[in-house]
Design a protein around this ligand. Structure first.
Ligand code: SAM
Length: 220
């Protein structure tokens, strides 16, 4: 069975989501890849690319990028977006649980808020696929919801750290959301050498806290 939730088509039909990348991603890419002698030779995969926040940025910076997302609607919009700016990326409408790429193909995998919308079991399967498609020494960058972030504990619990039917905040009406604690992150991403950081932000006059893991991983 697939892992992608069609609720994303409803979300993308109703509003714009994710035009520009997180500053944390820009720092990660700058630190690790800006000095590459031939940027076209560096291959990225943007997992759950949506409207292309990361795909657009990486293509503009001259890297080779593939993007995959379960929503055909958003892939079509991203195609138009890139074409309008004369940028290129390989785009696929498909489920990240079944990655259509050869083994050891990518230098780096980016997850901006995609994996957090998958159950722990599905996330583990997706990350097994990512591990396989990365070259030895390849990296992953994952920006993913952390325990205690706004929405955690609301709605119905459907698994460890995992909820649906969240009624307020950034995860309202966005299907399943996983708010991982550190133990779960270390378990799910355990095949990679890990560096973990947290991005913490308050919103609405400090009424709510947004907390995200910044997972940097390396395939040994
Ligand atoms: C919160 S949005 C983030 C989109 C984009 N990465 C960004 O930063 O704006 C989550 C995206 O992940 C996609 N997604 C979630 N699970 C997926 C899966 N198993 N396979 C493919 N796409 C998935 C959704 O369709 C949606 O576009």
């Amino acid at each position: 069975m697939g892992a992608w939730d069609p609720v994303w088509d409803d979300i993308f039909a109703a509003r714009q989501w994710g035009k520009y990348p997180k500053e944390e991603l820009i720092r990660f890419v700058a630190r690790n890849y800006y000095a590459a002698p031939d940027r076209q030779a560096v291959r990225f995969l943007d997992l759950g690319c949506g409207f292309g926040a990361a795909t657009w940025f990486l293509a503009r910076e001259g890297f080779s990028v593939e993007g995959i997302d379960g929503s055909e609607l958003i892939i079509a919009r991203l195609r138009e977006r890139l074409a309008a700016e004369g940028l290129t990326a390989g785009l696929v409408a498909g489920d990240a649980i079944d990655l259509p790429y050869p083994p050891a193909h990518f230098d780096c995998m980016i997850d901006l808020a995609c994996l957090q919308h998958n159950s722990p079991d599905d996330t583990r399967r997706i990350l097994d696929g990512v591990f396989d498609r990365l070259k030895p020494g390849g990296r992953l960058f994952s920006f993913t919801a952390a325990a205690g972030s706004w929405g955690d504990g609301l709605g119905a619990q459907v698994g460890p750290c995992t909820f649906t039917g969240i009624t307020e905040g950034p995860f309202a009406n966005a299907g399943l959301a996983r708010f991982s604690d550190e133990a779960q992150i270390r378990d799910l991403y355990g095949r990679f050498e890990l560096q973990l950081d947290l991005s913490e932000l308050t919103v609405a006059g400090r009424a709510h806290r947004l907390s995200n893991w910044i997972v940097e991983g390396r395939k040994p």
